[in-house]
Write a protein that binds this ligand. Structure first.
Ligand code: PAF
Length: 286
């Protein structure tokens, strides 16, 4: 696995890897890698001839400086994991490489980024859209793979790619979960083992609402019950728990496909997000 730290080394390394036009999948990450990221690398290996990853804790996407300072950084372990997973190249940019003196461009996506994470983390999606555009333009992969755990982020990235005509196939990969159902996230490392066990109440609540809605139950009371269940357990705050159109992220008061349940809630001072697809049960004979 090639480890690239200098921007000047990136283009020749990618060119050598791709040779006469081999496909290349890119997995952008912020490090603190877990099995969810490694599943993205494995998917990259299935989809393309070569796989590259980036590890960069992007300061632009943190609206809270405390959150940025606390974000786990585990470079040595990350490199070992990427190598073992069969990653061919990893680029570890510095903030100066991506945002040199005088950098003044902001990629901002209207509509799909306005609500939910966009509302609770002002500026977050501008930071994500800007860094992802920069990474895709610097590496120029044929494919880029992102986890579906960040469902709204994936929708924002698809919009950026399409609107800017970057020419990269954006692929989502299903959320990888711990045995208790908790979505894998680098932030889980900030929870105690006890909190981690109790955090499974979040996917449990989403699954319960999903079942009710799939079976034809009313949406709003189901969402209210799930919110109350989280707050009566270990969760101190629920920023949102909503049924949305899975492409536009607009809220739905009634079931309508394609739909997704999305949530953000805080446990032990750590803010977690999760989401699940909801499909209406077939009305046999009707
Ligand atoms: O999902 C993440 O880890 C980050 O938001 C991303 C896409 C790597 C951009 O910094």
């Amino acid at each position: 696995m090639q480890i690239i730290r200098e921007l000047s080394e990136l283009e020749p390394a990618v060119a050598a890897l791709r040779g006469a036009g081999d496909t290349l999948a890119l997995v952008p990450t912020m490090g603190a890698l877990h099995a969810g990221h490694l599943a993205l690398i494995a998917e990259g290996r299935r989809r393309a001839a070569h796989v590259a990853a980036t590890v960069f804790v992007n300061p632009l996407q943190f609206n809270d400086p405390g959150d940025l300072a606390r974000y786990p950084r585990t470079e040595e372990a990350d490199l070992a994991r990427l190598k073992k997973a069969g990653c061919d190249l990893v680029w570890l940019p510095t903030p100066d490489q991506l945002y040199p003196q005088g950098f003044a461009t902001n990629v901002s996506v209207r509509g799909v980024s306005d609500r939910w994470e966009g509302e609770h983390r002002p500026g977050h999606f501008d930071g994500v859209a800007t860094v992802v555009a920069k990474l895709l333009l610097a590496v120029r992969p044929t494919h880029a793979i992102f986890g579906e755990k960040d469902w709204q982020q994936l929708a924002v990235i698809r919009r950026v790619e399409e609107d800017l005509g970057i020419g990269v196939a954006i692929l989502g990969y299903p959320t990888v979960r711990e045995a208790n159902g908790l979505a894998m996230s680098s932030r889980n490392a900030l929870l105690s083992p006890e909190q981690r066990a109790k955090a499974a109440a979040l996917p449990t609540a989403l699954r319960a609402v999903g079942k009710e809605i799939a079976a034809g139950g009313a949406v709003t009371p189901a969402l209210q019950r799930a919110r109350a269940a989280l707050l009566s357990g270990e969760f101190s705050k629920v920023d949102y728990l909503a049924l949305v159109d899975s492409r536009s992220l607009e809220p739905l008061e009634k079931a309508g496909e394609p739909m997704r349940l999305i949530a953000a809630a805080t446990i032990g001072g750590v803010r977690l997000i999760d989401n699940m697809a909801v499909t209406l049960e077939q009305q046999v004979g009707r």
